[in-house]
Design a protein around this ligand. Structure first.
Ligand code: GUN
Ligand code: ZN
Length: 443
């Protein structure tokens, strides 16, 4: 790690609060000619460039960006690294898509050499899309998570991941048992949870693929290790919900299955939550659990339209997720663009400053990491991205017509993708530069 102080000068924008709590105006800070100072992997100063400069020695190394917008790294609250190789698989909705495409690909992760290659490619892809933290599914194989954490550790990333628990309704080659899943999870927690910037999530795939006995072990692990995460899917697809109610006839609703086994707490993150009842929303809220909103996946699998205003009404924490490989892009910019369209289809608006919040500070809150990441406040870990407002000819042309910051931000989200991410910094160090390094073929 670079221990000396380095200053970065650019237009700087970051989210500092949820627009729903403070209004749009107070939800962000913007410095047209701004500066952050980074030391020992942390932000030590931020503000107008001239004022920041005056607070530091005149010879401090300074990196200057023109026509760029510097903001905090994006946070992806739900993604599957083993599905990198089957993104964009044609023609199915959730349950058939799992059978036909997902499970066969996940079998390949039995081989740690393949798993390591995909983990490396996946983390490169996150970096080139400006994503600096993610909550990540592995496969049922504990080695898949081991190699993922090894790769993430090399890159000093703040990552959360877990081994999939699945002991029924899946091909035999991909199942564990309540006992083996419990022991493997425990081993991984002991080895990786809170090791550097890495954190562990107990990861039952979803209710249909675990027996009561296995879900009990999830509750047990969360009691034994109260600081680990819980990560699963919830209420994504109508047929899935019917199936859950057939499998667990004694439970009141889908969420109640998880609730019954003690799986709802402040570090529980449920992907999707599209078709939730008021009762389920109430329980998510009371328990401090979060929903990961995965627009490109919800459209790709035809799962439905998330009712974000309803989740807000119940005060549920929400972050953005790409859900690759059901999601069709690693880019949180593209994901925000699709979120906007999902709201349009429900006659709702999604303001670009709200989208920025969801993809950064909102994600950090959903993951209970807002004291460490999510924006560029002094003391936070220095994970940030430099976005190129002129990345393409079209963007340059359109940006020049934009009248104010909000309009620019909206254009950035609507037209932006990995071409827009100029540099990504992880823990104060440059991890990706669009003009160089790192584009070597790995697979
Ligand atoms: N539900 C259970 N498993 C999965 C998965 O891998 N992807 C998505 N989108 N939903 C799921
Ligand atoms: Zn998923």
């Amino acid at each position: 790690m670079t221990t000396e102080k380095i200053a970065y000068r650019a237009s700087i924008l970051h989210s500092i609060a949820d627009p729903k709590d403070v209004g749009l105006e107070k939800s962000y800070q913007y410095f047209e000619d701004g500066m952050i100072v980074v030391e020992n992997g942390h932000i030590v100063d931020i503000g107008e460039a001239e004022q920041v400069q005056a607070r530091h020695p005149s010879n401090i190394e300074t990196v200057k960006f023109e026509n760029k917008l510097l903001t905090s790294g994006f946070i992806d609250t739900h993604i599957h690294y083993p599905q990198t190789g089957m993104i964009a698989s044609y023609g199915e909705q959730l349950l058939d898509w799992l059978e036909n495409y997902t499970f066969p690909e996940e079998l390949r992760f039995k081989n740690p050499v393949y798993a390591q290659k995909v983990a490396s490619l996946f983390l490169d892809e996150l970096a080139s899309n400006g994503t600096t933290t993610a909550l990540v599914f592995g496969t049922v194989h504990k080695e898949s998570v081991y190699v993922f954490f090894e790769e993430a550790e090399k890159r000093k990333l703040r990552m959360i991941a877990g081994k999939v628990l699945m002991d029924r309704n899946a091909p035999e080659y991909l199942t564990d048992t309540p006992e083996s899943g419990y022991l493997d999870s425990k081993e991984l927690i002991e080895r990786w949870h809170n090791r550097g910037r890495l954190l562990y999530a107990v990861t039952p795939r979803f209710a249909p693929t675990s027996t009561d006995a296995q879900l009990e072990t999830v509750g047990r692990l969360l009691k034994e290790y109260p600081n680990v995460f819980m990560h699963t899917h919830l209420s994504e697809n109508k047929k899935e919900i019917e199936w859950v109610m057939e499998l667990f006839p004694d439970r009141d609703n889908y969420l109640d299955v998880y609730d019954h086994f003690g799986m709802l707490h402040e570090r529980s993150v449920f992907a999707h939550g599209i078709h939730l009842s008021d009762c389920e929303c109430q329980r998510l809220s009371e328990s401090g659990s979060a929903i990961s909103f995965c627009p490109t996946s919800n459209l790709f699998l035809g799962s439905g339209l998330l009712n974000l205003p309803k989740l807000e009404k119940f005060n549920i924490n929400v972050g953005m997720g790409t859900d690759v490989g059901a999601g069709t892009s690693f880019s949180l910019l593209q994901t925000m663009s699709e979120a906007y369209k999902i709201m349009q289809l429900q006659q709702e608006k999604l303001h670009p400053l709200k989208s920025l919040f969801l993809a950064t500070l909102g994600g950090a809150r959903a993951l209970r990491l807002e004291d460490k990441i999510g924006n560029l406040e002094v003391g936070k870990e220095a994970d940030f991205v430099v976005l190129d407002l002129h990345a393409t000819q079209l963007m340059r042309f359109r940006m020049n017509q934009a009248k104010n910051l909000e309009e620019k931000l909206f254009v950035l989200m609507s037209l932006g993708d990995d071409r827009t991410v100029s540099q990504t910094y992880i823990y104060g160090e440059k991890a990706y530069d669009i003009n160089g390094q790192h584009s070597d073929q790995k697979i």
